[in-house]
Each structure stands twice: as C-alpha cells, then as structure tokens.
Design a protein around this ligand. Structure first.
Ligand code: THU
Length: 138
C-alpha cells in the first residue's frame, strides 16, 4: 500500500467511526469526516442535527473546526475524507466547500467514500471555483 492510500484508509476508518456517532434523528442521514494536516495530525467530525433544523452542523465543518481547535493552522489541511453508509459516495454541500476553501491547502483533496467501491475525489479549486475570499487578507 502506498503512502497516499494508507492515509486514505486511515482517514476512512476515522470518518466511519465518527459517522457512528452522528446525531441525525431528523434526516436519518449520517455523515462522518476526517482530515489530516501537513504534520500528520488527524481530526474527525460527524453531523449534529437539532430540532431547530437550521442549527444542524455538517460532519465536514465539524472535522475542520476540530482541526483548528486542536492546533492545525488554516491552510495546512491536505486531505479530507467523507464517509456515508451505503453504496453511494455523496458530494459535500456548498457551505462546507466554502469552509474547505479557507481551511484546506491549495493542493488539497477531498475524497468521498461509502461502503461500496465507489468514491469521488475533488481538488479544492474544482469543487468551488471562484470562492469568496475576504479582500484584505489576500
Ligand atoms: N450533511 C453533512 O453532514 N454534510 C454534507 O456535506 C451534507 C449534509 C448532513 C446535514 C444533515 O444532518 C444531513 O446530512 C442531511 O442533510
């Protein structure tokens, strides 16, 4: 197994575990995510819903927030793996793509996987071309 594949398998295992902790009684759609930074630190997250539906937090953004809280710097995250149970690899929502744009590195990859063989991969610029950036910071 090459290094990239090993990292993918490691993040998939973490995302799958986090998915098992998802709080999704309203949609019954569980999602797990895991991310790695340039130093090899890893973090995970799951979706957390709320009776006030709009308060729902996605797995991907929770994983990214955990990385920042754990000390990773914005822009140092290189690979994020999303796991959803079943046979379909689901793409991340638009709000998560905007947050990924800011937190992940320019050459980063997002990989979506499931229980089947199907998976999808996006480079950061592919899944959100022309992302919003705060003018003074760039
Ligand atoms: N969800 C995620 O966690 N990530 C996404 O990228 C899309 C949607 C969650 C939010 C909600 O709890 C459930 O999936 C259904 O939308």
């Amino acid at each position: 197994m090459n290094h990239q594949h090993e990292t993918f398998e490691r993040l998939k295992a973490m995302a799958t575990k986090a998915c098992g902790n998802a709080y999704s009684p309203y949609s019954r759609f569980s999602v797990g995510a895991a991310v790695i930074d340039t130093d090899g630190n890893t973090y995970s997250g799951c979706n957390v819903e709320n009776a006030s539906y709009g308060m729902t937090q996605c797995a991907e953004r929770n994983a990214l927030a955990a990385a920042i809280a754990g000390g990773s710097s914005a822009g140092s995250l290189v690979t994020l793996v999303i796991y959803t149970p079943g046979d379909t690899a689901h793409p991340p929502c638009g709000a998560c793509r905007q947050v990924m744009h800011e937190m992940m590195s320019e050459e980063s990859r997002v990989i979506s996987c499931c229980d089947g063989d199907g998976f999808r991969v996006w480079a950061r610029h592919e899944h959100l071309p022309d992302a919003f950036e705060f003018p003074e910071y760039h």
